[in-house]
Design a protein around this ligand. Structure first.
Ligand code: 5AD
Length: 355
């Protein structure tokens, strides 16, 4: 086990058989070593810093009907909302005062937020907080739209690829969504010059070791600046409501593997991980994650952004408690600093894998 992990860390590569071995292993000492090396690798890349981003969930309206998602179009019985420009700016002001220097505007694919409205909001945030980074996570849009938003001041974009396997993609999504368009979006975002995040759920229905291996190969080829992974958690009122959730353990192992494959990637310990385990985020950091994204949305609406059941939005998930979180992370040797937390490109001269 230790050999596989050392080999993974030094070559930044692994085979399907090695992935199977790591995910199935019951060698708890070996797995501790995996987490330890991943955590150390994150520290080598970014020191003790954990970057924090303020997540603003701007709308839970969505035109899509993804089979896993609790805010899918056909889900009934949930309160739909969208934030006004003023509400969004207010969230940013509150976040700024708390030390946040990155704002992530996330939402369902809500046609109300067309390019004119969205660019106006991005430009206003950019003007009020020129020292902050603006990240968007608004799903699939046209290349022209991505370009306009970038011109308005958005520098980063999160769009999980969800799965790199075409057949698996089709099982997770309705017929009017396509793997090709998702890939087109990611490519466009990259070409335009965004720092891009892709990612996937761990334990999504129909996922196999082979599709996970394809995810890792895709990440390797695409070279994103960020990778968002968290456990799948079933959502009431969706076709996958009765499916089992992904596990904390598999998520931690995959975080660690991704950290070793990509020493500099920005890797959040996600809300989904925190939802499945009270110490999920700390465990994620100890397995190589280096970003947390507390919720900055208006508190009264947080529960409505119910992409899965029991989604955490209080305690350490809440932006207001960032100072408590800072204290909770201190024993891990992790410091939260008011910092944009940009991706740090690898320096080829001293940071290349051994061959
Ligand atoms: N469980 C976990 N993650 C989910 N997402 C959507 N639905 C769920 C769910 N039921 C993730 C998707 C999406 C991101 C915003 O949230 O990967 O890209």
């Amino acid at each position: 086990m230790k050999d596989i992990i050392d080999h993974l860390a030094s070559t930044r590569n692994l085979t399907l058989e090695q992935l199977v071995g790591l995910l199935a292993s019951e060698d708890s000492e070996g797995i501790r070593y995996l987490f330890h090396l991943a955590h150390q690798t994150a520290q080598n890349s970014y020191g003790n810093k954990i970057f924090f981003r303020g997540l603003i969930e701007i709308s839970n309206h969505c035109k899509n009907d993804c089979r896993y998602c609790g805010i899918r179009r056909s889900r009934t019985g949930i309160h739909r909302y969208r934030l006004s420009k003023e509400q969004i700016l207010q969230c940013c002001q509150q976040g700024y005062a708390l030390g946040f220097r990155t704002f992530v505007l996330q939402g369902g694919e809500d046609l109300w937020f067309d390019d004119d409205r969205m660019c106006d909001i991005v430009a206003a945030i950019h003007q009020q907080h020129p020292d902050c980074a603006i990240t968007l996570s608004l799903g699939e849009r046209s290349r022209q739209s991505y370009q306009r938003l970038h011109d308005a001041g958005a520098e980063r974009y999160l769009l999980r690829h969800e799965t790199a396997n075409r057949a698996h993609y089709q099982k997770l999504h309705p017929a009017d969504m396509s793997f090709d368009n998702r890939m087109r979006c990611l490519q466009d975002l990259k070409e335009i010059g965004y720092q891009v995040g892709c990612g996937f759920m761990v334990g999504s229905p129909y996922q196999t070791i082979e599709t996970l291996f394809e995810d890792l190969q895709f990440i390797r080829a695409f070279q994103p600046q960020m990778v968002g992974i968290g456990p799948f958690i079933p959502a009431t009122g969706t076709p996958f409501a009765d499916r089992p959730a992904g596990t904390v353990e598999a998520t931690l192992r995959l975080l660690a593997i991704i950290r070793l494959l990509h020493p500099h990637v920005l890797l959040p310990a996600t809300t989904a991980l925190g939802t499945l385990h009270p110490q999920g985020r700390e465990m994620g950091i100890l397995a190589g994650a280096n970003v947390i994204m507390p919720n900055l949305s208006p508190a009264a609406l947080r529960a409505d952004y119910s992409i899965y059941d029991n989604k955490l939005s209080t305690g350490s998930e809440a932006a207001e408690t960032v100072n408590d979180t800072r204290q909770r992370l201190a024993p891990l040797g992790a410091t939260l600093l008011p910092d944009r937390g940009d991706f740090k490109p690898q320096h080829p001269a001293n940071d290349e894998p051994e061959t």
